[in-house]
Every structure is written in C-alpha cells, then in structure tokens.
Design a protein. Structure first.
Length: 628
C-alpha cells in the first residue's frame, strides 16, 4: 500500500474531511484536531500499514508514523484536502482542551521543557567530573574551578531561566523576564545556600522586619513571579500609549515585580516550595523501596494521561537542592519495562508487520521515548502494557532500595547511563535496568501475548479496513483505457512545473493545457474524493484504476474561487459525465498555471501505465492505457 492510499484510508477513518478542523505534524506524529472524536474509527487507523500507534490526547488525535514517514504522510493528507495549521496554532487550540489540572500540567511542561537541555548538560558535566575523580585523577585548581563553573552555573541562575521561560509561555517580553529573574539572584543579596548552611551569612532585613535572601536554585517562586509578571506586563501595555510603551512598560514591570518578587512572592512561595520538597523526599524515602515501587508502577500510566510533565518541576527542585535526582532512576525502570515488553511481542510474533513495528518502537523507548511502544504495541494488546507496569514497579522499588539518584534529568536508559558514570552508581544502575528489562520481557513473553490471536485477527482487521474505508472489497484489476477529462493540448507529465507530479511520485499519467473549463469523467467510476474547493477529483473506476484529476498547480490556494464541483463523494458517474467546471481566466488572474494533471495513483498495481495521446485532445479521446 503506498502513502497516498494510506492517507486516503486515514482520512476516511477520521470521519472524513468534514470531521477534521486542522492537521499538523511533529517529528513522529500526525496531530489532528477533530470536531467529533466519536466519528473516528480507531481500530481501522491503528491497524493501517505504517501506523505505529494512535491515541487521543490534549485535544488532538495523534497518529504515530515515525521519523521521516510522518513528513510524507502529512504531505499526502494535505494534498487530499485536510486543512493545515502550525504547531503553535494547534498547541493554542489544544491548550483550551481538557480540565484545569491537565491545562496546568501542560503549562508546566511548556515552561520547563526548554530548560531541560541545560540541566541535562550540567548533569553530564557532573558525571564527567565524577568519573575523572573516580579514576584517581587530581585536577589542577584552575581546572577544578572551571568544572565548578560548568556544573553550578545553571542552578545558580535557575530562577532567571524559569522566569524567562514563563514570560515566554504567558505572552510577556522574555527579555524583561530574564532580567527580573536575575534580580532574584543578584550578587547584592545574601546567597540562599550560604544562609541555609548556617555560617556567617544571614538574611537581610528590609524595613527592619522582612527577611530577604537570594533565590538561588528556587523553582516555584520563580514560576509564580513569571506568571504574575507576564500578566502584569500585558496589563500595563494595554493602558500605556504606544509612543511611550518602550520606555514605560519595562520600567514599571521591573519596578513593581522586583518589589513583589523579593518581598512577597519570593518569601511566601519559597516556604511552599520547601514543603513540596519535603513531601517529595518523604515519598521517595518510604521504607523497603515503596516510594520507587509506587512511582515506577504508575509513571507510564501518567504518560498515557499526558500530565507527566509534573515530574519536570519535581526533578528540577531536587537537582537544585541536592544535585541528585532519584526520580530519574525510577522513571528509567518504568520506561525500560515498557521497551522490554515491546521486545517480547516482537520476538514472539510471527506477524512480519508487527515485528517491523515492535523493534523500532522498543529502540525508541530505550532512547527515552516510550510513546511508540505504548500506543503502537503494548496498549494495543493491553496485557503487555499492564504487565510492564508491574515490572516497572519492581524495578522502581529496586532503584529506591539501591539509593540511585542521577546527576541530571531529561535522559533515561541508554543515554541516561552518563548520569551515573561519575557518582559511583553505574553498576547499580545497570543492575536495575537489567532487572526491569528481564521482568518486562519475561512477564510479557509468558503471559502477555499470544501470537495465534494476533494472526487470526490480522486478516479480519484487514478486511475491516477495506470495508470501512472503501465500502467494499476491491475488485480484481482489469486492463482499461481512460479518456481525457479535459479538452486541450497534451503536456508530458515530466514537463509539468510541479515536482510532486513531474517526478511521478503520485503515479504515472498525463497533463493537459485546457482550452475549455469543463472536467469530465475519464471512465465509469465512483467518486472517491470531491474536494470542496472544486479543484480536484479522485475516482475509482469499475475496472480498479484510481485516478486523480488535479486542475491547475497550487490552485487549492484559491479556496474554490472560479471552481464549481458538480459531483460529491460517493456519486457514481459514467465516462463523459461532467465532474465540475473552472474559469481559466480567474486562475491566470491569481498568477497560477491551469495545466491539469491526470494521474493513475495506483500505478504500482499495474504492469504498465502509458499515455497514448499527443497534440490536441477532444472529449472522448483516449489518453491513458493501463495494463495488468
């Protein structure tokens, strides 16, 4: 099945183009905003070729195709008429979805995800320094100072990073945000860590009664200051005249927010942050590894719910306070178990499609991204997912018992090894990973997956896909001759000024420079696609050829101006029936080319697809022969 055929079936299973508000894509997933989730035939989509999984989250139906493939599938569904939007537009729309808690967690994720890379780098620097020390190397004093710069700077200026990112997310000026954040850790203030150590450095008493220290390493106070500051800046900007906005708005924002941050928000939420940190450490410190058992068992469930970004806040707090992150090892155990369960399915199954899906999904999990494994394999068969939760719980409990704590966050399993190289815990880390993998694999292989059931259901699923997306089982292909849908002069497809068509990527055929603005049916057929813009039609002939007629190049941008469709999807037509009309003058006025492409999109199903016309063609003239 080629990409265009898959795209057609995706659109049909989504409930048709009329059920889609917009489509975008990221590195691995097609992200579709739908009007009615109930109209999605999820079973059909999940069993389509090249689909590695699908799920509904954050107001989007996300179809996992994998890196590279998703770009091609996006181009195909857009070419078939799905409306597009940018990822930022889609994120804004998705932000309106879900309850208040889900929206709040997504906001945490938006704020902290851009900061994670520097925390990861800092953790790796700590690992390298620890490794050198473990090897018995004595570093010169200046080199030691340099390594401290590498490992400490991110945490010293952490409030500045958090306020900057929060301003960015909430619509404030990020430059104002980072300056405000750096004010919270000004060298003129007593260092928070020095005050906490109980030495000679003490808090400053402003106005004789307000104790103030720097907020080095603080996360929650900086986040709250960022939220309030961004909203305050936007409010100020609304009332300040444009002519003095550049001068007044930053001045007022920094003045008021520095006062609130240092004297009100900072002290209050620093206390709240300490209580959160104490509570987090209490859970992680439960006896017999119970904290790790609990978190390891539920972490991947939280991933499915889409609110796992809450861990970003907690991990950054732990790293800022202790330069150690026990969450990382526990999360690693949970993710390892998911990947291992997927490997077990891939090893046990005799289904070649499932094998080609399972092993890349497992590799993705071991590199730190478990969604393809979860949604593409484990949740699809249910038992592997829930058995891997058990394995993850046991692995997480072992991580707690061993006292594992990484020097950073954001990387796990294979890349995460670097977070344990220099802290003397590499052997324990590898043991925990091995136990989690062995349990996830063994439980799934023995109890979680029966290949016979999958083999038995695969054929039934394929029939279901065909019936749901086409309405019938495709007929056996026959030789046939297509007549021209356009009156005009034949143009070689290779000469068309559009690489998608001229390259033959969509199939073989011809092009016609129109002399009349009428589109005719090239054979007895069923209309499989009738674009609402009227610029293109897809037909499936009674002998099995799938034909795309595309009037003009880039004419979708005209939004139907100058086009009129005479048929609708599902209509039966005879050769020569009128499919639609168009105005070449309006196409020219829009600066576009009206050359019309006639493509056999299932060219790969035939031994030969050959043009048989040259020069001018009139209604009823043969233009393409297809032979099996």
């Amino acid at each position: 099945m080629n990409n265009q055929e898959i795209a057609k079936k995706v659109i049909d299973a989504l409930g048709g183009r009329e059920n889609v508000n917009s489509v975008a894509h990221c590195a691995t997933r097609l992200r579709v905003m739908v009007k009615d989730e109930g109209k999605i035939n999820k079973e059909v989509i999940e069993n389509l070729e090249k689909v590695q999984g699908a799920f509904f989250n954050s107001g989007q139906y996300q179809i996992i195709f994998g890196t590279g493939t998703v770009n091609k599938m996006y181009d195909e569904v857009v070419a078939l008429g799905l409306p597009t939007s940018s990822k930022d537009d889609m994120k804004a729309e998705a932000a309106k979805q879900g309850n208040w808690f889900q929206r709040a967690i997504r906001t945490f994720g938006d704020v902290f995800v851009p900061i994670i890379p520097v925390i990861v780098a800092t953790g790796l620097f700590m690992g390298v320094r620890g490794l050198l020390t473990a090897l018995g190397m004595t570093l010169p004093a200046d080199v030691t100072t340099y390594t401290q710069i590498l490992t400490d700077t991110a945490f010293i200026i952490l409030p500045g990073l958090v306020v900057w990112s929060t301003f960015r997310v909430f619509g404030g000026n990020p430059a104002v945000g980072i300056v405000l954040g750096m004010m919270l850790v000004s060298g003129s203030l007593p260092n928070a860590w020095a005050v906490a150590s109980g030495g000679e450095v003490t808090a400053m008493n402003f106005f004789g009664f307000i104790p103030v220290v720097g907020l080095q390493g603080s996360v929650l106070p900086a986040f709250i200051i960022g939220v309030v500051g961004a909203k305050f800046e936007k409010a100020v900007r609304k009332v300040v005249p444009d002519v003095i906005d550049l001068l007044v708005t930053p001045f007022v924002t920094l003045l008021i927010m520095s006062i609130l941050g240092l004297f009100v928000i900072g002290p209050v939420f620093h206390v709240v942050e300490n209580y959160i940190l104490i509570g987090t450490k209490a859970i992680l410190g439960l006896p017999f590894g119970l904290g790790g058992f609990l978190i390891g068992g539920v972490h991947q469930l939280i991933v499915v719910s889409g609110v796992h970004h809450i861990f970003n806040l907690l991990e950054v707090q732990l790293l800022a306070a202790d330069h150690a992150n026990p969450f990382n090892a526990i999360i690693t155990a949970a993710m390892t178990a998911q990947g291992a369960a997927t490997v077990a399915v891939g090893v046990k199954t005799k289904n070649p499609k499932l094998k080609t899906l399972a092993f890349p999904a497992a590799l993705s999990a071991f590199l730190g991204i478990t969604e393809p494994a979860i949604f593409g394999v484990n949740l699809r068969f249910r038992k592997p997912f829930f058995l891997s939760l058990i394995a993850g719980a046991i692995g997480g409990g072992l991580a707690s018992i061993l006292g594992l704590a990484g020097t950073g966050n954001g990387i796990t399993i294979i890349p995460g090894t670097m977070l344990y190289v220099g802290n003397g815990q590499l052997a324990q880390y590898l043991l925990m990973v091995a136990v989690s993998f062995a349990l996830g694999f063994a439980l799934t292989y023995m109890f979680g997956y029966e290949d016979e059931e999958e083999v038995a259901t695969e054929a039934a699923t394929e029939r279901l896909v065909q019936e749901e997306t086409t309405g019938n089982i495709p007929a056996t292909l026959q030789n046939e001759t297509l007549v021209t849908p356009i009156v005009g002069d034949v143009v070689a497809l290779a000469d068309v000024n559009d690489p998608v068509f001229s390259s033959g990527a969509m199939g073989q055929g011809i092009a016609v420079k129109p002399s009349q603005g009428v589109v005719y049916a090239p054979a007895d057929a069923e209309v499989s696609i009738a674009f609402p813009t009227g610029h293109a039609f897809g037909l499936k002939t009674t002998d099995g050829a799938e034909v795309l007629i595309h009037v003009g190049i880039d004419t979708v941008s005209m939004n139907g101006e100058g086009f009129e469709a005479k048929v609708a999807q599902g209509d039966k037509v005879k050769a020569g029936d009128v499919l639609g009309t168009f105005d070449s003058n309006k196409i020219a006025a829009a600066g576009l080319d009206d050359t019309t492409m006639v493509i056999v999109t299932n060219t790969a199903d035939y031994a030969s697809v050959a043009p048989v016309a040259t020069g001018s063609v009139a209604k009823g003239d043969a233009v393409i022969e297809v032979k099996i």
